[in-house]
Design a protein around this ligand. Structure first.
Ligand code: MRU
Length: 372
């Protein structure tokens, strides 16, 4: 591991990159944020898989790209069919809800299986690099489309100086992607183009991606924001303090249901009750054409109970420590995602435009997904 200095563009945090030796993969290890910036070098497929399952990298688009690079690492070790299929299977099961992971693995299998083992490694790195580059372009396109929503809200605001209040959940930011983020892309563009906005950041228990990651990247971009406890959003909405909610997606069914970080559903319900627009920003790689009912069909990742029972943070003396917050022996369950039904979603912001959360809406933008 090596420490890095902050030299990057603040919307592209070097979440993942090929190392200077041309084959190892360097990731920004997000388990150290917000207190330390640590780059971890991945040198084999086992380390790549561990980085995904331990959430050193996380966020649906980033785990897809990491899986692609991990397949490339596997091909460097042994480019035979058995190793290729084995790496694919291990990766596919490492985080079950974010469909980008399976999407990336399937793309790599489709590319590599027909090739001779001797050329697989080079082809794998090439495709992983393409996926990484495409992720940035996709998110920028999501940002441009999402910006139109914020511009419309701005026009309706009475006072010129009054900020637009955006509420977001978890981290669907630059850290969850190769660059720009999905939910944050419109926010960054609006901020850069002089629109006055303020972001309510849900802390997002149990892993606190909002408090630790979204707040970290918004502060680096000087976007005004406030971290709130997870249960505050409804109260803010009732009192006119939220203009719009924007979240990300880990899996989107063709009828517009969205799986995202646990707690997203409750925010959508509160937004619905208060007439506040609730948008989901997503790249098409999160669309799952096979599932029609998100609540019944989307597999929900369950993680170790320790993530709920223990929290870590910096003490006053500057030490990072973990503390237990439940009585010893208390049963704890840790559901990592929930599903927000399409009826509570105002619109989906994709790289091809904004559409209603429905089969008709999604297939109008993505006709290639139409059922035959
Ligand atoms: O468990 P995580 O941190 O991987 O969950 C991340 C989210 O839920 C994000 O909102 C989602 O992946 C969209 S990221 C652009």
């Amino acid at each position: 591991m090596r420490m890095i200095t902050e030299t990057y563009d603040a919307v592209i945090f070097d979440t993942i990159a090929v190392a200077e030796n041309g084959w190892a993969i360097d990731i920004l290890d997000q388990t150290f944020l917000p207190h330390d910036h640590v780059i971890k070098r991945l040198t084999n497929a086992t380390e790549g898989g561990e980085a995904i399952s331990a959430m050193r990298v996380r966020g649906a688009p980033l785990i897809g790209v990491t899986a692609a690079y991990t397949m490339a690492l596997a091909m460097k070790e042994n480019a035979g069919d058995k190793n290729l299929r084995c790496a694919a299977e291990i990766l596919r099961n490492s985080r079950p809800t974010a469909v980008n992971l399976a999407w990336a693995v399937d793309q790599m299998l489709k590319l590599l299986l027909p090739l001779e083992p001797g050329v697989r490694c080079k082809a794998a790195y090439q495709r992983a690099n393409e996926m990484a580059g495409k992720d940035i372009a996709t998110n920028l396109a999501i940002g441009e489309h999402g910006l139109t929503i914020l511009e419309k809200i701005k026009k309706k605001k009475k006072g010129e100086c009054e900020p637009i209040n955006v509420l977001t959940h978890c981290n669907a930011g630059a850290l969850a992607t190769v660059g720009w983020g999905t939910a944050t892309a419109p926010i960054y563009l609006a901020h850069r183009r002089g629109i006055n906005l303020h972001v309510w950041v849900d802390e997002t228990r149990p892993r606190n991606q909002g408090a630790s990651l979204t707040a970290w990247e918004l502060s680096r971009n000087k976007v005004p924001h406030t971290v709130i406890a997870d249960n505050v959003g409804g109260h803010l909405m009732q009192n006119g303090k939220v203009d719009v909610c924007i979240t990300g997606s880990d899996r989107t069914t063709l009828n517009g249901d969205v799986a995202n970080k646990i707690g997203t559903y409750l925010k959508a319900l509160a937004a619905h009750d208060n007439g506040i627009p609730f948008f989901v920003a997503l790249p098409s790689s999160t669309i799952d054409c096979k599932i029609t009912d998100g609540v019944k069909g989307i597999p929900i990742e369950k993680r170790q109970s320790e993530e709920v029972a223990w929290i870590s943070g910096k003490t006053e003396s500057g030490k990072i420590e973990r503390v237990c917050i439940v009585p010893e022996g208390t049963p704890v369950e840790n559901y990592a995602f929930d599903v927000t039904p399409a009826k509570f979603i105002t619109g989906l912001i994709t790289e091809r435009g904004i559409t209603e959360a429905s089969y008709a809406g999604l297939t109008a933008l993505f006709p290639e997904y139409k059922r035959q």
